[in-house]
Write a protein that binds this ligand. Structure first.
Ligand code: ATP
Ligand code: MG
Length: 425
């Protein structure tokens, strides 16, 4: 019996895992200069951290969650996203106390789970790198979070993206808009999809996010949320736009964008690409927004927050297309070829000494012919190789040859060990 991985999951194998490490490293470095620190929360949480007693009507929560009862009959769910768990931890650990910085800035990276139909860039276990600025309510923070996402993409070598923003306003604005939307949609009731019918009175904003073609046509002429924002929400959104322009960040406004979760308020955004990697179809790589009601819904103070989640699988598809160099995994600095058993003994010692100095070295572990070992060096993409046989054992003089050129360097065994970086550069 050969087992297969569950549908919608992936093995990240050597070769690819280096890419993940590099993305994670650049993310950490980027977040650090903005003052974000890592938070690690459980992969599963109480079901209601996400559902909030079915206050959430989104697909993610109502249809796609991996929820289950454990052996103690607790209702749990594998996290479908990072924000709710982070807010749960923030509230439980009272990180809003006066002794903590405000905003409280954190980032996370790890797997998320959604029961979706797997396809390119869409899995059931996928990964997000995300940030949250908790205990914050300021257009500056919103723009900081957006600019950080764009900077991260740029640092990864992705430049061809567009930023799309919208505002959902505060509760008052949303309530007014909700009413207007119901009024607009009611005459079309019979033509709406079953999902949208169900959502019309519970959360009509969800209808705007419907993927159903008929729904999309109906929604095309719906009133715009932007016409229902109250004074505070309008000014807030104006300020966000002004600050984006001050930082020379280009954006488009999409007043139909509502995002996939119910807790958003005010600023929401998506960073999209129509790269060949996505068959030229506009695809969201990074998405986020402000959630001013969520902290209090989860038992904390009435404070706001904003964050984003970047889908790592989609990011890698994009990187492969837009910045192929990013993926070139480095081979060993040096590959030691041994010509005979005496040489092999010295090679083994040399390898040990160099590794202790932090140099990536490989050798052959078989008694293959010299030519075969050199081929192996090339297959492993080594920078240099050196052949060690009787003569080298006697003289301790070594000749290093660069694999992709005629460059040769001479150095003694001892020189190499005391100064490997210089000799193998
Ligand atoms: P979509 O509309 O593409 O389903 P979403 O609105 O459900 O996206 P979010 O919940 O905002 O997505 O998650 C943020 C990012 O996480 C997405 O932009 C995407 O890059 C990634 N993502 C979401 N779901 C998946 C998935 N099933 N597989 C891979 N990546 C995903
Ligand atoms: Mg989705």
């Amino acid at each position: 019996m050969i087992y297969q991985k569950p549908k919608g999951t992936a093995d990240i194998l050597p070769g690819e895992s280096e890419v993940w490490e590099k993305i994670e490293k650049i993310s950490r470095e980027t977040f650090k200069v903005f003052g974000y620190q890592e938070i690690r929360t459980p992969i599963f949480e109480d079901y209601n951290v996400f559902a909030r007693n079915v206050g959430d009507t989104s697909d993610i929560v109502t249809k796609e969650m991996y929820d289950f009862h454990d052996k103690g009959n607790r209702l749990l769910a594998l996290r479908p996203e990072g924000t709710a768990g982070t807010v749960r931890a923030y509230v439980e650990n009272k990180l809003y106390g006066p002794e903590y910085p405000k905003p409280y800035k954190v980032y996370y990276m790890g797997p998320m789970f959604r029961y979706e139909r797997p396809q390119s860039g869409r899995q059931r276990q996928f990964n997000q790198i995300g940030v949250e600025a908790l205990n914050s309510e300021s257009p500056e923070i919103d723009v900081e979070v957006i600019s950080m996402a764009i900077l991260l993409l740029n640092k990864l070598g992705v430049h061809n993206v567009k930023l799309v923003i919208n505002s959902l306003g505060n509760d008052d604005s949303r309530e007014k808009y909700r009413k207007a939307l119901i009024e607009y949609l009611e005459p079309y009731y019979d033509n709406l999809s079953e999902d949208s019918k169900k959502r019309l009175y519970k959360n009509p904003l969800r209808v705007l996010d419907s993927k159903d073609e008929q729904d999309k046509k109906i929604v095309a002429n719906a009133p715009s949320i932007l016409d229902y924002l109250d004074d505070y929400s309008t000014k807030y959104f104006e300020k966000v736009k002004k600050l984006l322009s001050d930082l020379e960040i280009k954006y488009e406004i999409d007043n139909e964008m509502v995002r996939g979760l119910d807790y958003y308020t005010h600023t929401i955004f998506e960073i999209m690409s129509d790269s060949k990697a996505f068959g030229g179809k506009w695809t969201t790589v990074c998405a986020g927004g402000r959630y001013n009601g969520l902290i209090s819904q989860l038992g904390g103070p009435d404070k706001g927050g904003i964050g984003f989640g970047m889908g790592v699988e989609r990011l890698i598809l994009l990187l492969k297309q837009e910045n192929p160099d990013f993926l070139n995994a480095k081979g060993p600095k040096l590959y030691i070829v041994s010509a005979d058993s005496q040489g092999d003994k010295l090679a083994f010692e040399l390898m040990d000494k160099l590794r202790k100095k932090g140099v990536y070295v490989e050798k052959s572990y078989s008694n293959a012919k010299v030519g075969k070992q050199i081929k192996d060096a090339s297959r492993r993409n080594a920078d240099y190789y050196v052949v060690i046989g009787k003569n080298e054992v006697r003289s301790h003089q070594l000749k290093f040859k660069k694999l992709d050129s005629d460059t040769e360097k001479l150095a003694s065994f001892e020189e190499l060990i005391s100064n490997p970086q210089d000799i193998l550069n």
